[in-house]
Design a protein around this ligand. Structure first.
Ligand SMILES: Nc1ncnc2c1ncn2[C@@H]1O[C@H](COP(=O)(O)OP(=O)(O)OP(=O)(O)O)[C@@H](O)[C@H]1O
Ligand code: SF4
Ligand SMILES: [Mg+2]
Length: 357
């Protein structure tokens, strides 16, 4: 991917809310969860955008809203310049061929009554109903080979496969219709550690070979670092920071990103003892009652009264990243001043940290 690659997906001010019934007598007895609250992002052709954030911050809801699997309250999901949310169901379905999804639980997301051949062929039958049986079988066998499965296993059932093999089936199913964007929602977190790297590398290889755009959601910061060109950090439904992969790991600007990255232990005990860790304090607030203003303020060591007033907008930094923190500039200057006061190289801890992943 080059910096001049065209934007394929643009999400603007996307909001998804869930209504939770509190069980009261009146219809107004409910809470609202702002699972995705004004998200903006873009993905370029051939780019891998990583999305990270603690459990419940809205990563899956964002992915599902992009796929049209959950309704958005407002905002836009523009695919090649066209807003998908404004399309009729049929028009939307046709666009869906371009955007496919890989799910977290490979075994659970495959229908146990269907053979893997039928599972992989299903999207082909939806989007290419005129393909002959022979063409379908040929395409399915080709896909199985491409994802590292034996084409002879076409008539086997999901329960005969390991978790890693089931995820390969999920990948073949997503790619069989030649999509341009694949949304991967924690594609390896349900797998044994020993097979995670194989699946991540397979996805990376296929992405390169097919010049795909990927949205790669993960808990594991080192996995995101390994695969992504850019990284988006979410907290309580909002975007905290978006930056190039190296920049976000070497020079995170948002206090939440800094704390997230510092919470990853360094495998070297000497380096681990030497660094100052700023762990995130307290629990994530209930999404039913998010803090006013900056949603991170109840856990932010730098919060001031002004942070409670209104949610910070994503601002573009001099380095080209985007940060939603009203103090990011002064905090950056402060960190550099503190490091030079103790005669330290301000980059050093960050580099050690980065080398360890
Ligand atoms: N169908 C639903 N109905 C009600 N609330 C929901 C629904 N789906 C998600 N939520 C809530 O929306 C918020 C965001 O959930 P989401 O699953 O998107 O988070 P996530 O970042 O994917 O978490 P995880 O890392 O655990 O997968 C959570 O508070 C969750 O409880
Ligand atoms: S806006 Fe305030 S509370 Fe939010 S991250 Fe910045 S300093 Fe912390
Ligand atoms: Mg999720």
């Amino acid at each position: 991917m080059s910096d001049h690659s065209p934007t394929v997906l643009e999400v603007r001010d996307l909001k998804v809310q869930f209504r939770i019934d509190t069980g009261g007598f009146f219809s107004h007895d409910y809470h609202t969860i702002k699972a995705v609250d004004g998200v903006n992002l873009e993905v370029r052709r051939g780019e891998i955008l990583g999305i990270v954030g603690e459990s419940g911050c809205g990563k899956s809801t964002l992915a599902r809203a992009i796929m049209g699997l959950v309704s958005a309250q407002s905002g836009e999901v523009c695919w090649l310049g066209e807003d998908l949310l404004g399309l009729s169901e049929e028009a939307f379905r046709n666009k869906r061929r371009d955007i496919q999804m890989i799910f977290q639980d490979p075994s659970g997301s495959l229908d146990p009554r269907m053979t893997v051949g039928e599972i992989i062929a299903e999207p082909l039958r939806t989007f290419y109903p005129h393909m002959s049986e022979l063409q379908v079988a040929e395409r399915v066998r080709g896909m199985m080979q491409m994802v590292g499965l034996l084409p002879d296993q076409i008539n086997r059932y999901p329960h005969e496969f390991s978790g890693g093999q089931c995820q390969r089936v999920g990948i073949a199913r997503a790619l069989v219709v030649n999509p341009k964007l694949v949304v991967c929602d924690e594609p390896v977190s349900a797998l044994d550690v020993s097979v995670q790297a194989q699946i991540v590398n397979l996805l990376k290889d296929l992405q390169k070979k097919l010049n795909l755009s990927l949205i790669f959601i993960a808990h594991d910061l080192s996995v995101v670092r390994h695969v992504s060109d850019r990284v988006l950090v979410m907290y309580l439904g909002r975007v905290m920071e978006i930056a190039d992969r190296d920049q976000i790991y070497l020079n995170p600007r948002h206090p939440y990103t800094q704390a997230l990255i510092e919470s990853v232990p360094i495998p070297d005990p000497v380096l681990e003892r030497a660094r100052a860790r700023r762990l995130i304090q307290g629990d994530i607030p209930s999404p039913q009652h998010p803090p006013s203003g900056c949603v991170f303020r109840t856990r932010c060591p730098f919060a001031i009264d002004e942070c409670a007033k209104s949610p910070p907008v994503l601002e573009r930094t001099a380095e080209g990243s985007q940060v939603a923190c009203i103090r990011y500039q002064e905090l950056g200057d402060l960190a550099a001043a503190m490091a030079s006061e103790v005669g330290d190289d301000p980059e050093a801890p960050a580099k050690d940290r980065a080398d360890a992943h």
